[in-house]
Design a protein around this ligand. Sequence first.
Ligand code: HEM
Length: 453
Amino acid sequence: MAHAVMASQLPSPPGPKENFLLGSARELARSWPGHSERCAREYGDVVCYRFLHVPICQLTHPDYIEAVLVKNAANFHKSRDYAAFKFFLGNGLLTNEGASWQGQRQLVQPGFRHENIAIYAEIMADSAAAHLARWKDGENRDLHHEMGELALDIVAKALFGAKVGHEAQTIGEEVTAVMERFFTQAALSFLLPDRFPIPKTPRLMRSKKRLDNIVLSIIRERRASKTPANDLLQRLLDARNERGERMSDDQLREEVMTLFIAGHETTANALTWTWYLLSQYPDVEKALAAELDSVLAGRAPALADLPLLPYTEMVLKESMRLYPPAWGVGRRALGDFEVGGYRIRAGTNVFMMQWVTHRDARFFPDPERFDPERWRDDPIRKGRIPRFAYFPFGGGPRVCIGAGFAMMEATLLLATIAQRYRFTLGPDAMVTPFFSITLRPKYGLSMQLHRRT
Ligand code: HEM
């Protein structure tokens, strides 16, 4: 467990032999998850190394992860790499800290209550059906691209309603393109002292300004409108804190951008990897199709069907175990603390990697195997799997606010699509995980479509 301690009494964690100047920078640049797996194998559940001068400590045991994310959450802020997001997201939920974060979380949270996200089920199902209408039996498509478009369409409509769907799509595409370029530079945030700004090109600044203006104009138009809409933006506009205050236009813009960014690529990746895994495990694919046929008998799935589709949900859970869209979460220690009998100093960046812990044979026997049956009968609640051996949505106070939304969306899309199509890898497919901001297939996912009869 992590405790604030008389720091000097405990040893420092073990770690690999490192280059005096670079630390483990070369190994991390080659493959961060690869380096983490090797370190966990050789040195255990608490391992420290450096990225140049920046101290990093990785925790791979569920109890230690829970200690940081939940039990001792107040001793941690987000890790240094989140600084890069600040440029785009300002003080949106993902990047905000302290009392300001807490206030914002209270304002945004009601929009994600079950009864409030239920209205998006129809958008999700309709959007999937419209998308499927473009597909043809036998053709090849990049399913990563397809899932990206679909998830973007859904988050745009959920946020702004169907009317500004098209404009929102433009925002989404622009945001994605700009973020890609920006994050090449963002690695720098690790190297720079806290207050040092990340270099930004004039082009990046122009794009950001344009994006800010589009989102602000949607917000202002909506404030001026007499007819309230039934979307997430309206819920954010109406939200009041206990003093009756509402968000300013700029706060709203930052939250909207945050939900946009956090809310589509992750879900798209979860689905993409699921299609890949299903193509590799025909028995699972058959069991999934059998559940969909018997429950839905050919009609489109709706919200009320979700509790009747347990296997569909198990498939998604297992897919996010093997290919967690958020493959690691990072924190920075505000004060010294103790974990697993070691002393960790204030300022250390602490990383907990879903990619590593989700594939740990201590918690998941035969870990590389895609086996949705692991999730039958709620093994975490029943105590068969430790709570933080599986944390695709993080945990503790900073747990993903969109987890319910994402699970509903992914389950409805999986059911809608798997009911009508199965997929085999395209002849030119090269499937390589790429550990970017999210975990995605490096070269997309080329698949052949087979219409189910
Ligand atoms: C499969 C899909 C998704 C995955 C795997 C995922 C994963 C995560 C994880 C791991 C975190 C915690 C990060 C940390 O602790 O540092 C997080 C936070 C967050 N996610 Fe998600 N997410 C998904 C979908 C969504 C969706 C659909 C939305 C919104 C529409 C969303 C909005 C957010 C926000 C706003 C935060 C920050 C919450 C806070 O700190 O208060 N996410 N997500």
